[in-house]
Design a protein around this ligand. Structure first.
Ligand code: EPU
Length: 440
């Protein structure tokens, strides 16, 4: 229920430190259930989705502790349990627990997983893969039941389309299975490679992660490990756009362009200056943003997650841009808010046609999903006047301390906390804050 309030127009300047990738730590937490020994995970972002996954891992019986961006976990007391529907529904990665738990129990019961409402989030490839490994999966009273009475066995699995989640799932399920598993048409995303590297650091035998063909040789047991999560490429991209929409100059520490080549190439073509050095990534921009064509594709193509994030920049570019969304069938949740903020965007099927305007204008808008929420923050940083963003929970799912981070580089942004008892918003703490209500 909390709100973000942004008064746009400040040029952002300074340094932002990038934390680990949410979409890497979530499957890694599921994978940590495969060993009974201690696992230490560094560079973990403190974001809502990770806190939910931590709680789910705890409900499975693991001891887990999260402090100073490090998670300590030990899974030697796992118990058969029905995971709370409310938590399972909040994140898509909750479903990955099935593949991990089938290595301990012959039956797992889970409700339907959730995640962002960005279109169909099918599970058929997960189910196909688990079934090939020997699981019997069916629906009973609204729950998904997975049974593997004879354990899991290696298999040849060929996905119809590359799925990040299904590739994660089979990596987790197969590394303790009996024999060799081959995944064809696997996802090549960096978060898949990070999971494979993590599992290999525990003694798994996974080869080919990062290519379309992954081979997993089942091993007897996995050991404990200490592992550091890769930098969050989506957060890096988000703060790169924050610099671009404010004609700012931001240095992103602890990140790089290794997994952002396609995105960085697009930005460079649109005349945003990007420099990579030992310190990280530097981004500087002027008011001359060139329009562009974007087609979202699986890695290493332009990532779907960065499509909403780049839209506010195209909304102020010098001319017409096009975005074709190819991965999810409903990922234009940010456009409703951007239209309210004065953007000129038309949607034709899975294509958004964006005609750049001079500058966006503040309005009251709602974060309908995580990256849509991030897009509205970026739009608010550019906009003339005050932007109020409702449903901040969505943004908290994937951005650690976004208000402090943006304030640190000069943004005029505050969070207003909703007091559920009084059913009112607490005014922002900042004493210099001018009430936005009159400005709206
Ligand atoms: N799909 C199927 N069958 C399946 C699984 C997926 O048809 O069994 C389809 C989906 O319907 C979708 C496409 O395949 O159209 C891509 O889905 P994928 O499985 O690759 O995505 P995901 O695992 O559900 C992860 C990220 C998303 C990110 C996508 C694509 C996590 C927790 N989520 O989702 O991240 O957009 O990969 O890269 O890792 C976000 O962080 O905001 C986010 C939504």
């Amino acid at each position: 229920m909390d709100q973000l309030i942004i008064e746009g127009g400040n040029r952002l300047e300074g340094t932002i430190e990038i934390k680990g990738a949410k979409n890497a730590i979530l499957p890694i937490l599921a994978g940590s259930l495969l060993t009974t020994e201690k696992v230490i995970l560094n560079n973990v972002p403190v974001v809502k989705d990770v806190l939910i996954m931590k709680e789910l891992v705890h409900k499975c019986g693991a001891k887990i502790n999260f402090e100073n961006n490090t998670i300590y976990t030990k899974s030697n007391g796992l118990k058969e349990t029905v995971l709370p529907v409310t938590m399972v529904k909040k994140i898509s990665s909750s479903f990955l627990l099935v593949g991990a738990l089938l290595n301990h129990f012959s039956k797992v019961k889970i409700s339907w997983p959730g995640g962002c409402s960005i279109g169909n989030r099918k599970l058929d490839s997960h189910i196909k893969g688990l079934t090939a490994l020997g699981a019997n999966i069916y629906i009973e009273n609204g729950y998904i039941i997975a049974e593997a009475n004879k354990g899991l066995n290696g298999a040849d699995i060929s996905f119809k389309i590359p799925s990040v989640g299904a590739t994660h799932h089979i990596l987790i399920a197969a590394c303790l299975a009996d024999g060799e598993t081959i995944i064809k048409n696997a996802s090549k995303e960096p978060e898949v490679v990070d999971l494979a590297n993590f599992l290999n650091s525990m003694g798994a035998d996974i080869k080919g992660a990062g290519t379309a063909l992954i081979r997993i040789n089942g091993v007897e047991k996995l050991d404990g490990t200490t592992y550091s999560i890769i930098p969050d490429r989506i957060n890096t991209a988000t703060y790169m756009i924050a610099a671009a929409v404010t004609e700012g100059n931001i240095q992103l520490k602890n990140s790089n362009l290794k997994f952002l080549k396609n995105f960085a190439d697009k930005l460079r073509k649109s005349e945003v200056e990007i420099i990579e050095n030992d310190e990280g990534v530097g981004v500087a921009a002027t008011d001359k943003i060139q329009p562009m064509e974007i087609i979202t594709e699986v890695y290493p193509g332009f990532p779907t997650d960065m499509q909403p994030v780049i839209t506010p920049l195209l909304a102020i570019a010098d001319g017409e841009s096009n975005i074709r969304e190819n991965i999810f069938n409903s990922r234009f949740n940010h456009i409703q808010g951007l239209l309210k903020m004065g953007a000129d965007i038309k949607i034709d099927g899975n294509t958004a046609i964006i005609n750049g305007v001079d500058r966006l204008k503040g309005s009251q808008v709602t974060a309908l999903d995580l990256r849509a929420g991030a897009a509205l923050v970026l739009a608010g940083l550019n906009a003339r006047g005050v932007t109020v963003i409702d449903n901040v929970y969505q943004i908290d799912r994937g951005y650690e301390t976004i208000v402090d981070i943006l304030k640190g580089v000069g943004a005029n942004i505050e969070r207003r906390f909703f007091d559920a008892n009084k059913k009112t918003f607490n005014p922002p703490k900042c004493t210099t804050w001018r009430s936005p209500v009159s400005a709206l």
